[in-house]
Design a protein around this ligand. Sequence first.
Ligand code: A2P
Length: 317
Amino acid sequence: PEVALRSGSARPMPAVGMGTASFPPAPGATKDAVLAAIEVGYRHFDTAAMYRTERPLGDAVAEAARCGLLRSREELFVTSKLWCTQCHPDLVLPSLRETLKNLQMEYLDLYLIHWPVALKPGPLTFPKRKEDAVPFDFEGVWRAMEECQRLGLARAIGVSNFTTRHLDRVLAAATIPPAVNQVELNPAWQQRTLRAYCADRGVHVAAYSPLGGQNWDGTGSNAVLESEVLAGIAKARGKSVAQVALRWIYEQGVTSIVKSYNKERLRQNLDIFGWELTDEDRLKISQIPQKKTVTAWGLFSQEGEFTSVDPADLDIV
Ligand code: A2P
């Protein structure tokens, strides 16, 4: 299954995509995992300048084309993202060109602003202090994103980690409105306010950390994979907890960007079609307490200065 995007000439976005954020970067493992993913049927890949996985993703795609796993680039939906240090009007196009060079591709299907935070131009690093941020010229940066689409280098453009407040600003400046907002979203962090806002404005929502993320903060807990509610539903349906989470996301009309570097789990995560949750399952999932699941990332965390949390969503159960 796929969803058509409102703007751009991107091919429709397959409802499940493979994420490639893995720290520290492991180019060999990324390349192997992407090849395994292509083999088991993934046609949607998500990367970012920040992840340093553009190159191994591009290498894997080139190899897949060489050995006949893919007929052409056109079969794929590829997303990448503009990092905070690149969020300056005159750096957008050169950053996209660099991304395309890394990927060995002529165009992206979707180019996103990674965070609504601008940092001084320089290496692709995380901000350490609030003072590292510089004023974000939303209008200028969005115009440059629009130019990328007009030039055909990005078939659609969008944003990531934007709250309704940030989206208001971009929508007010946009000639081409953002096609997508990619945010952290899963049964334990459902973001209903944000989703309703996006639905009203034709912005498609994509979910990262659909399984609760990769234990970024080292606490060893995961509100999705360890959810008793989801475990009960999984048992009753004869599915895995991951499949229940991904199926729920799909039923909400949201695309999942799910990361696994394991072939069996890659296969499992794609196998969420042809069955449904029941109304009772959906009701139970709607009652899961809500909290942003990725708790690391300092300034980007729930309490952080650059949080992507809409306070309204914290109270919704
Ligand atoms: P692995 O790569 O070893 O499969 P996210 O929510 O960000 O997509 O996080 C996915 C995390 O959960 C990864 O660390 C991944 O590890 C793991 N994972 C992915 N698919 C499954 C699955 N079907 N069951 C259990 N864990 C999974």
